[in-house]
Design a protein around this ligand. Structure first.
Ligand code: F6P
Length: 551
């Protein structure tokens, strides 16, 4: 990237001035006086069945133009091309970023250092197909000859959150074995999972890009011992497989190369559900459905690459988030799926977004002088409505949010879906337009309240409104639309990283805690004492003392 101080750019200055002089005090009620607003600020893609309505954002035509001018000035198109063509844009790890190649359905060559990587991707996809077909059909059996009924994916971070979220989201389509995800090093996780399983019918997938992660390796060793105790050593060859980039460690662990599904360092952990890490998905819903998931993501990749900025969904999502993050001071962003199937989508996005853009150092190695990635949070609607929505509607924090909903339910039962979606529409309307003092007084009068009571109550019942939202309305929840939805967010995150001039593809911020934990572990095991601050030192001493007592 060229040396740029983004706050000194004319385009940033224009946005700042526009915010201060025109937008800071404007209300969505005023903006919606323009009857053409929905047409201008929405995209309906009938090919995939996605409507993206961003008209309930605090922007006008000029804001939109200035935001587009800003990203154009940053030449983001060049960077997008670099990612898709395998340039090593992850500069702190000297790696290409090619999760898009994993779902490259047209199969055109993609080169890293002059070598086409598509052949090796296709080999692993074919191996995943064969394996998942065989597990589902019962051609591949457990050690004692019984059909696999349960898969336990042992992995953490990207080696768990993506496949777990997708398996939950596609549960309706599942006909394969049950899937379980063990990630936490807390023994409660593996204990509670294993205690209900039959050792003869369990398949363990050890999912770890590096095959060194403490949590995963500890859980994997516990699972290995459990299976050995129940069925003997030979069972491992039948009921343990690895999803990894690290052949050497997989072999040392005792998993044969035939039972390893490979991926590569150009796939970031949080972008890995499209790779061998997605094997639990393929076994659960079938390879065809897994393939449709890839197809949906590929569809958005093409949209992202080929659509002008003004109609490009991920780019628009990115610039709107940037607008609130850097001019309105919004430090958090809520993800609100109106689908029980997508209940883990906010948790999945927390890693995808915050591990990518929670950074302070820019490409020149300097500390940024502006805000970068927001705090991502959320929960499925309507559950959230009965807990934290109060704060979004009437609290002092400014929280932009995305509402994700589906036109058709997967299973129509009574009027559940209409009631769910009535809430989906009502919430964005309430957040945008609120309830004025005049309206509150009118309502209270109609309800028969006395004037003195009206005076007391009215302030509490006012909704200021002007809370911005995006509505992503999808016809049906299918593997394809889910793949598309995930890819929309992946690319949004990428563009925001470009805007903030940070590396969205490393994660050095998770390292320090790991190193210190290894040091402290020796102390908890009573081997040695290290120097610590007085707080940490005393906490460790209390822990060690009480541990002895309770033993
Ligand atoms: O938390 C850091 C991290 O490296 C994530 O980026 C990654 O998804 C996770 O740990 C798990 O890593 P691995 O797949 O190598 O076990």
């Amino acid at each position: 990237m060229d040396r740029i101080d983004i706050k000194n750019m004319l385009q940033w200055q224009n946005l700042k001035q526009h915010y201060e002089t025109e937008m800071k005090n404007i209300h969505l009620r005023d903006l919606f006086k323009n009857k053409n607003r929905f047409n201008k600020f929405s995209i309906c893609d009938d090919n995939i069945g996605i409507t993206f309505d961003y008209s309930k954002n605090i922007i006008n035509y000029k804001t939109f133009k200035l935001l587009i001018d800003f990203v154009k000035a940053l030449k983001i198109d060049e960077h997008i091309k670099k990612m898709f063509s395998g340039e090593k844009i992850n500069w702190t790890e000297n790696r290409a970023v090619l999760h898009t190649a994993l779902r490259n359905k047209i199969n055109n060559p993609v080169y890293i250092d002059g070598k086409d990587i598509m052949p090796k991707i296709n080999v692993v996809l074919a191996k995943m197909k064969k394996f998942s077909d065989n597990i589902r059909s019962g051609k591949l059996l457990g050690f004692t000859g019984k059909k696999i009924t349960d898969i336990v994916n042992i992995g953490i971070g990207g080696s768990s959150l993506g496949p777990k979220m997708v398996c939950e989201a596609l549960k309706y389509y599942a006909k394969g074995p049950n899937v379980h995800f063990v990630s936490n090093i807390d023994s409660a996780d593996i204990y509670e999972t294993l205690k209900k399983l039959n050792p003869e019918t369990v398949l363990f997938m050890i999912a770890s890009k590096t095959f060194t992660t403490l949590e995963t390796m500890t859980n994997a060793l516990t699972a290995k011992q459990w299976l050995k105790d129940k069925l003997g050593n030979k069972a491992l060859a039948y009921q343990f497989i690895a999803l990894s980039t690290n052949k050497k460690n997989v072999k040392e662990f005792g998993i044969n190369e035939n039972n390893m599904f490979e991926f590569w360092d150009f796939v970031g952990g949080r972008y890995s559900l499209w790779s061998a890490i997605g094997l639990s998905i393929a076994c659960y819903v079938g390879y065809d459905k897994f393939s449709e998931l890839l197809e949906g993501a590929h569809y958005i990749d093409k949209h992202f690459l080929n659509t002008p900025y003004e109609k490009n969904m991920p780019i628009i999502m990115a610039i709107l988030g940037f607008w609130y993050n850097n001019f309105y001071g919004a430090s958090t962003y809520a993800i609100l799926p109106y689908s029980q199937y997508l209940r883990s989508f906010p948790t999945y996005l927390q890693q995808a977004d915050m591990e990518s853009n929670g950074k302070t150092i820019n490409i020149e190695g300097n500390r940024v002088n502006y805000e970068t990635g927001p705090i991502i949070w959320g929960a499925s609607g309507t559950n959230g409505q009965h807990s934290f929505y109060q704060l979004i509607h009437q609290g002092t924090k400014f929280i932009p949010s995305d509402f994700i909903g589906f036109t058709n339910p997967l299973e129509k039962i009574g009027d559940h879906h209409e009631k769910l979606m009535a809430n989906y529409f009502a919430q964005t309307e309430a957040l945008a337009f609120g309830l004025t003092k005049k309206e509150v007084i009118k309502n209270l009068k109609a309800a028969g309240f006395s004037s003195s009571n009206i005076e007391i109550l009215a302030p509490y019942k006012i909704f200021e409104g002007n809370r911005p939202t995006n509505s992503i309305l999808i016809n049906n929840l299918t593997p394809k639309t889910l793949g598309a939805l995930i890819a929309l967010y992946e690319h949004k995150i990428f563009i925001q990283g470009l805007v903030w001039r940070i590396n969205s593809f490393d994660q050095w911020g998770v390292e320090l805690g790991k190193v210190l934990a290894n040091v402290i572990l020796t102390e908890l095991k009573g081997h040695k004492k290290n120097r610590h601050d007085s707080s940490t030192k005393n906490l460790i001493e209390i822990f060690n003392f009480n541990k002895k007592i309770s033993l």
